[in-house]
Each structure stands twice: as structure tokens, then as C-alpha cells.
Design a protein around this ligand. Structure first.
Ligand SMILES: [Zn+2]
Length: 299
């Protein structure tokens, strides 16, 4: 049995898989904003799943950050109480078994590559379009992480082929640079762009509803979003040339997005034909926790 835990900033989910099937009802609890309590919560979830199924499991954890190879300490986490903590070692001691920890976007890519929308494709680029923009790479159903553990972090590349207007309006990014893909393609970036066009401050789902009702500004914001997404992903295709790109995160719920981006990619990719498939994820919000479970291969 494979236990997966998705340790999010506000909620923690747990699942148990066996032969690719869910064998215990998935759990979801609020993430305690405290390190010791987080360890307790994870240990509690593992104990619950094992007692419900009467089986022991491998444990994989997805986190909003990474455990640095060099130090064994968590870095780049927006859940600040994890930063600088030996999360993997502490969990291994607590659970008395080896534990695998990976970035949550990498877990998403792995889940979709194994039995989601990216199944059957050799190289899968998993894209998170949410309050932040991230990504992960799965090659032959294994995460490609890289020595700096930043493979797939396209959200902090600069938006390619910026127009003069975009350059003038490009917002600063929390990472210290400006004009990052994330500042345009995150949910807040999309909402800000609608305001830039002269629209009211509206939530992303509300702008999408507006576009469906043929609201001019909402439609314009959508077209700009699609074109920017195509530009950002064209740079990924030029570098990685994935077989499939799988879209995830709250903004991926825009129904027109995969087709619109597929149609736009040939404008920007250095190839006259683009065979990369752009797909909506298959497992939705569950991909993070499923990918965490898949950090250990099925036994
Ligand atoms: Zn940035």
C-alpha cells in the first residue's frame, strides 16, 4: 500500500493506494501552522489509514517547497514554519521507515504522468496555474528534479516576447525580479490585468463568467491570458520539448484553455508544427496527494 500526504499551506490531504486503487477514504484536515503539530498531524493520518486498512504502507509527502539535497532541510516553502526544518529525517524517525518528500508541483506532474492525462507520454510537463505559477517535469514516469531542485519552475522566468505595454506594466515579483510569468498568469495576475484593461476588481471565476456572457473586457482579459500562457509555454517547449503539457491549478478550470493554447503555440515555438499535446488534468485537486503516494512505486 502507498500512502500519500499533500501538505498544503492551509489543508493537508492523505490517501492510500494499492494497485492504483484508493483503498481507504481520503482524509483532509487543516494544516496546523506549527512544525511539531504538523509532524503529529502527519503521523496521525498515517496511523489512521493503516488501522482502517489493516495494512502498512510506504509514505510519500508533497510539500510546497523542497528538502534541499545538500542539507536535508526544507527550503523555498511558503509554509514558513517548515523552512529550515529537517522534515524528512524527523518523519522517518517518527514513522520508523524511509519517507520520500517532493515538491507539490512535481507530485502533480508525476500523478498525471502515471495514470492521469499524461499517461502514455514519455515527457510530461505539469503546470500549476493558481495563486502562484509552478511546474514539474516527469520523464518516463519519474520526477526530474535537477541539482538545484528547480526543474520546471517556469513561473519565475520572465514572460517571453513582451510587448511595450507589458514591459511598462510588468509588476515586480516577490522573488525580487520583475515581469515573471507568475505575475501575469497567476489568478491574482489575471485579476490585476482585468483592472489594467479598465475593468472592475473581480475574482477570476467572475471574470470567466463575464467572458462566457460576452462581456468585452472580460473577453479581452481572457484572450490576453491565453496568448501569454502560450508564450510562456513556448519557451518551455523550446527547452524541454515535452510530449504533453498538463494544466492544473485553479486557473486551469477555464474550459477553453487547452484548445486555445494548442492553437497559439505554433506562433511562438521554434518549429513549423507543434505536436506537443496540451491537456487538462485528469485528477484535479487530488493529483498532488496521488503523486505523493506514487513517490514510491507500486509494490
Ligand atoms: Zn518571480
Amino acid at each position: 500500500m502507498q500512502i500519500g500526504i499533500d501538505l498544503g499551506g492551509t489543508k493537508t490531504e492523505a490517501i492510500a493506494l494499492a494497485s492504483a486503487a484508493v483503498v481507504a477514504s481520503p482524509r483532509r484536515i487543516p494544516t496546523p501552522p506549527d512544525y511539531a503539530a504538523t509532524l503529529d498531524a502527519i503521523a496521525g493520518l498515517v496511523a489512521e489509514l493503516e488501522s482502517e486498512t489493516g495494512r502498512s504502507g510506504t509514505v510519500g509527502i508533497g510539500i510546497p517547497g523542497v528538502v534541499a539535497h545538500a542539507t536535508g532541510l526544507v527550503k523555498n516553502a511558503n509554509s514558513t514554519w517548515l523552512i529550515g526544518r529537517p522534515l524528512q529525517a524527523d518523519l522517518e524517525a517518527r514513522l520508523a521507515r524511509p519517507v520520500r518528500v517532493a515538491n507539490d508541483a512535481n507530485c502533480f506532474a508525476l500523478s498525471e504522468a502515471i495514470d492521469g492525462a499524461g499517461r502514455g507520454f514519455e515527457t510530461v510537463f505539469g503546470v500549476i496555474l493558481g495563486t502562484g505559477v509552478g511546474g514539474g517535469i516527469a520523464i518516463r514516469q519519474r520526477i526530474h528534479e535537477g541539482p538545484n531542485q528547480v526543474a520546471g519552475e517556469w513561473g519565475h522566468n520572465q514572460l517571453p516576447w513582451m510587448t511595450g505595454e507589458e514591459r511598462a506594466a510588468a509588476p515586480p515579483c516577490y522573488c525580487g525580479k520583475w515581469g515573471c510569468v507568475e505575475t501575469f498568469l497567476s489568478g491574482p495576475g489575471f485579476e490585476l490585468d482585468h483592472v489594467r484593461l479598465g475593468g472592475a476588481r473581480r475574482s477570476s471565476p467572475d471574470i470567466v463568467r463575464g467572458a462566457a456572457a460576452a462581456d468585452t473586457l472580460a473577453l479581452l482579459a481572457m484572450r490576453r491570458y491565453e496568448d501569454r500562457l502560450a508564450r510562456g509555454l513556448a519557451a518551455v517547449v523550446n527547452l524541454l520539448d515535452p510530449d504533453a503539457i498538463v494544466l492544473g491549478g485553479g486557473m486551469s478550470n477555464l474550459p477553453s484553455l487547452p484548445a486555445a493554447v494548442s492553437a497559439l503555440l505554433p506562433r511562438y515555438v521554434f518549429s513549423d508544427t507543434v505536436l506537443t499535446e496540451v491537456l487538462l488534468n485528469a485528477h484535479g485537486d487530488s493529483s498532488g496527494v496521488r503523486g505523493a503516494a506514487w513517490l514510491w512505486p507500486a509494490g
